[in-house]
Design a protein around this ligand. Structure first.
Ligand code: ARG
Length: 565
């Protein structure tokens, strides 16, 4: 618990009959710092004391005595507001940041707990789609957020590498693939084969049967089928990995749907054993009518399994393998029903951990003017999007700061960062509209703006040229603009916890935007480097702390923080 909240809680604990835990949960931060630094709402007490919250607030504010580090207690409407001793507050916060450095914001609430996160999880033999990019970025930020809090995270890429479509692809490949295709085949080629299959199958429906036959063979372990399938998989993984590398996205395991092929028999038997299944139109289903959902399909009439079946087997496997406390699926909102069904089946199977599976959904990413880019015509690949972002930033750097060292690396960090930030800064369940000019703007609420602010702070510190120390006079950091920034920095650990609680990386983005604007307000009002040594030293500590917090925040989002731009 925060040092100041701890003091407030213990004052309130003596002054009321509430438990410390309950008090802590009630403490709020007033919207306007002039009203107080912390606030305690009296609504909860009003029921037991049978008085109005305003009256209780007034009484409490009189009976409680402010002792250091609390400097004043004041009733404001139904709230008891607390003011902290600014110098003690700033000393506590800035020393903490200085000591913790890259670990500032880290916590230990997750120690000993494991969390499995399923993200990106694209389908092989197709290009990585935009929703797989969103999932990768959101999932990997959530991974970092939880890791920061001490959790053991297991990031899994649940590749879509199984299903009838691979039967289709095998048929197409055998029909139209050439020797050449085999050697230099790309995901684009596979995609074209797939499209061609569908065009031809409309005229010749027998091809669908052929495809089903091939997938059945694949599920049965047929060598020829497996070899081709592995070839498709290798080609796809190579392309995916290239994009993950560009984005700096890491997975602890690539375990695709195919992996569960050998386990599925047992899974289905367990569901059967619980008396949950029945045959409907020759398919094996779990009827979920009772729960207002369509049935969960486990097995088609040709005996092949389905997406949901494999997800159920995967959940069992992950529980056995990782013994997770929680499992998160970062998948688009269009799969809401799928996960509701899967979680329901797990619950009906008697797994008490079913309610610890969470579908973290997200909205669409759209492109302003409907296109991703015009550079290469119709289908623009994610790789092109990232390359173009870097390219555009490189041009801006070339214009603004042509003598910059490491131009390539910086353009890369900022270009990629711009895409990451543009994706993460919107609340995840809202649709994102990607607009080049907006995402790359150095003055907007963007990645480049945050990174640029960070680089400016580094430049002030370079100009200062001496080591930063904490033996400063904290009385000097009391002006409004200054203290607001200090308070803002103190909130970082709490923001990370909130972001974890709601699986919401956008909270960190918004927080960083706030820090940057508070920093700018401070910087525009007060001179950092001046003749006054003590004042300079104090403000430099604040500058360095702000730099550290921005860096830590960017890193959690999966972005780099270049020191020069
Ligand atoms: N491959 C799926 C798709 O592209 C996403 C898989 C998400 N993860 C899962 N365990 N179902 O739509």
């Amino acid at each position: 618990m925060d040092y100041f909240i701890k003091n407030i809680v213990s004052l309130l604990n003596e002054g009321t009959n509430l438990q410390e835990n309950d008090i802590e949960k009630l403490i709020e931060i007033p919207p306007d710092f002039k009203m107080g630094d912390y606030a305690f709402p009296c609504y909860a007490l009003s029921k037991t004391l049978k008085k109005s919250p305003n009256a209780i607030a007034t009484e409490l504010s009189k009976t409680l005595h402010a002792i250091s580090p609390i400097s004043e207690i004041r009733a404001v409407g139904p709230y008891v507001n607390f003011f902290v001793d600014k110098a003690i507050f700033s000393e506590t916060v800035l020393k903490n940041i200085y000591e913790e450095k890259d670990r500032y914001g880290h916590g230990n609430i997750g120690i000993g707990k494991t969390i499995v996160i399923d993200y990106s999880s694209p389908n092989i033999a197709k290009h990585l789609a935009v929703h797989h990019l969103r999932s990768a970025l959101i999932g990997s930020a959530i991974y970092n957020i939880y890791k920061t809090l001490g959790y053991k995270c297991v990031g899994i890429n649940h590749l879509g590498d199984w299903g009838t479509q691979f039967g289709q692809l095998i048929v197409a490949y055998k029909k139209w693939g050439t020797e050449d295709t085999h050697k230099s085949c790309t995901v684009t080629d596979l995609n074209n084969l797939y499209v061609k299959f569908h065009q031809e199958a409309e005229k010749n429906p027998r091809m669908e049967d052929e495809a089903r036959e091939w997938f059945k063979k694949l599920e049965a372990g047929d060598f020829g089928a497996k070899e081709l399938w592995q070839h498709f998989k290798d080609i796809s993984l190579k392309e995916f990995q290239k994009i993950y590398d560009m984005l700096g996205i890491h997975f602890d395991a690539f375990i695709g749907e195919s992996f569960y092929n050998t386990m599925i028999e047992d899974t289905v038997a367990r569901i059967n054993g619980k008396g949950l299944t029945r045959i409907s139109e020759q398919a094996l289903i779990v009827d979920l009518e009772h729960y207002d959902m369509p049935p969960c399909l486990l097995r088609k009439r040709d005996e092949t399994t389905l997406y949901a079946t494999r997800d159920i087997a995967a959940a069992e496997y992950r529980k056995k393998t990782y013994n997770f406390g929680k499992m998160i699926y970062v998948v688009g909102s269009e799969q809401k029903l799928h996960f509701k069904q899967v979680f329901k089946v797990l619950e009906l199977m008697g797994y008490d951990w079913a309610n610890r599976c969470v579908h973290v959904d997200f909205g669409l990413m759209k492109f302003k003017d409907g296109k991703m880019s015009t550079r290469k015509g119709k289908v623009v690949l994610l790789e092109d999007l990232l390359i173009e972002a870097v390219e555009r930033i490189r041009k801006i750097i070339e214009e603004k700061n042509p003598s910059l060292e490491n131009k390539e690396a910086v353009a890369n960090d900022v270009g990629i960062g711009a895409v990451i930030f543009a994706d993460l800064c919107t609340k995840r369940n809202k649709d994102v509209v990607f607009d080049w000019d907006e995402a790359l703007n150095f003055d907007g609420e963007t990645g480049p703006y945050i990174q640029y602010t960070h680089a400016r702070l580094c430049s002030i510190l370079r100009k200062y040229g001496k080591p930063v120390t904490t033996d400063i006079n904290h009385e000097l950091l009391k002006e409004d603009e200054t203290f607001i920034l200090v308070k803002n920095l103190s909130q970082f650990p709490m923001i990370i916890q909130k972001a974890a609680e709601f699986y919401e990386p956008s909270l960190i983005c918004n927080y960083l935007i706030d820090v940057c604007s508070n920093l700018n307000r401070f910087y525009n009002t007060h001179r950092v480097l001046s003749e006054d040594d003590d004042l300079t030293k104090a403000r430099i500590l604040l500058i360095d702390s702000t730099r550290q917090v921005i860096k830590n925040g960017l890193n959690i989002l999966g972005m780099h923080a270049p020191e020069q731009m």
